[in-house]
Design a protein around this ligand. Sequence first.
Ligand SMILES: Cc1cc2nc3c(=O)[nH]c(=O)nc-3n(C[C@H](O)[C@H](O)[C@H](O)COP(=O)(O)OP(=O)(O)OC[C@H]3O[C@@H](n4cnc5c(N)ncnc54)[C@H](O)[C@@H]3O)c2cc1C
Length: 315
Amino acid sequence: MDSVASLLHHSNTPMQTFDVTIVGGGPAGSSCAAFCALAGLHTLVLERERFPREKVCGDCLNPSSWSVLERLALTRRVLGLPHSKLTSVEFIAIDGHKVIVDLPTGDDCEISVKRSLFDDLLLRRAREVGALVREETIVTALEHNGDWKIATATSEDFHARALIAADGRNSTVARLRNLLARPTRERVALQAHILLPQKFGKRIVLQFLREGYSGQAPVNETELNLCLVGTPPTISRLRQWAQSHFEILLRASLRGTRSRGDCENRQRQRSTVSAARIRSRLRRNVSGKTLDQSAGTGGCSIASAGIIFYSSCAS
Ligand SMILES: Cc1cc2nc3c(=O)[nH]c(=O)nc-3n(C[C@H](O)[C@H](O)[C@H](O)COP(=O)(O)OP(=O)(O)OC[C@H]3O[C@@H](n4cnc5c(N)ncnc54)[C@H](O)[C@@H]3O)c2cc1C
């Protein structure tokens, strides 16, 4: 990092040109921004959403993250967030056969924590150590002519010596630079925080089903993270499975990823209209269904039969 800092500081960079601009303020972008700022780089983060925002995810923090969080002086603050210490992973085969694997204990333990809380903490840390963070700022176009010129939906341009794409799986930056590979297989995911079933314990459940799979993990004392992963043709059957499996408990919301095609369409829209206008357009366009803005990460939700299904361009 020191060598990157000295390399970038070497030039006669004008004041308004950032050493590094990072697109996306998720865990990758915010931790990268914090390390860049700590290394003395003039660092900018451009983030589409206003944090805290939810993100389709299983909420489980891989133990290999602890060393990174420690370097960012965040270990105690992460453990201060509502979370669950997870003790095992239970794999359930389609025929019901189970395999249980214990998780590490002690300092190496695996926890689950809501992404709204975790991502917000990381982004705040990036700010604290000196990164400039611009939320509700959607990157729409790029020009590279020695330095980078980064255009946004609010018509404000930014300049940077280095550009880092941390804008997720359906990255706008990768698409604009023709680096986004065509997906070989489209998968769709739904996710919700629902009431924690009694006696669920501190396990992660990975349950394989004919239509795809479901991941489940408690995220605090009262809520369960429920994920469903399938394909566009199977996702509604997975939703029905979840409705019957968690019958009374599933009165919260399911957030979801979109297929690549949907994401590309939305990204095209984003380059011409503001996030608020896109959301209100989405609310109007989905026939007979109510869309909710609260999903974060470009999300919307479809209320149907009393259950709210969220949808977003997430990984
Ligand atoms: C169903 C499911 C379950 C998962 N479970 C787990 C799990 O339990 N544990 C785990 O570690 N991982 C899990 N993952 C993977 C995890 O969600 C991703 O690896 C992680 O979110 C990647 O982080 P990131 O910072 O790279 O991108 P993201 O978290 O996607 O963040 C990208 C950010 O970029 C912003 N952005 C996007 N486009 C633009 C733009 N044009 N301009 C400005 N900002 C933009 C977005 O708003 C977003 O905040 C899961 C994924 C899915 C789909």
